[in-house]
Design a protein around this ligand. Sequence first.
Ligand code: SF4
Length: 210
Amino acid sequence: MDSNTKQIQRIQAETAKKNLELRQFQCSIVEDEKEALELIKTLVKPNDMVSVGGSMTLFETGVIDWLENNKEIEYLDRYHTEDAQEVFRKSFYADVYLTSTNALTLDGKLLNVDGNGNRVAAMIYGPKKVVVLTGINKLVKDEAAAIERIQMIAAPANCVRLNKDTPCTKVGNCVDCLNPKRICASHVKIDRSQTKDRIHVILMMKEAGY
Ligand code: SF4
């Protein structure tokens, strides 16, 4: 990416940070996955119970690897369990819940679509601390752009990842289907961290996830 585009992205990131903070979110801007992981390591304390929402960003940035190999925490591993529903329920008691977001708006809102609903539910209520790691690619102008991003990129790409035989995997965008394999059940917008700084957004100046 050229330096002019980078400069504009930096301004946009700073705008989002300022607006997130007005909405009682904590926000940190980091350069890359290395810096993101170093920050996350300071937010997760020994003996913490830690859980995660489904997120390619957490895989791509090495967060999942770090959690799996961290012997100092109680990691609720949704990916290696015979009872994911039990992990999802237990996650409400986590000290730290790590996830990403489908979109972040310039005015500081988080928009997500979820199938089970466990991820958005835990973002809203339960875990003491929620850490939302997002790439700059998910920063969009406003709510309309966030919904468009979800319909054009996030939801269809997740359907492909999960091998869902849904219309979006054929046509490439959401058609608001009623397919039994539909992964889009709940559309959730978080306007504010109701408890100040409970939700900490880490905005990475690199693309990650979808
Ligand atoms: S509603 Fe259906 S078509 Fe739209 S993204 Fe979800 S699964 Fe795909």
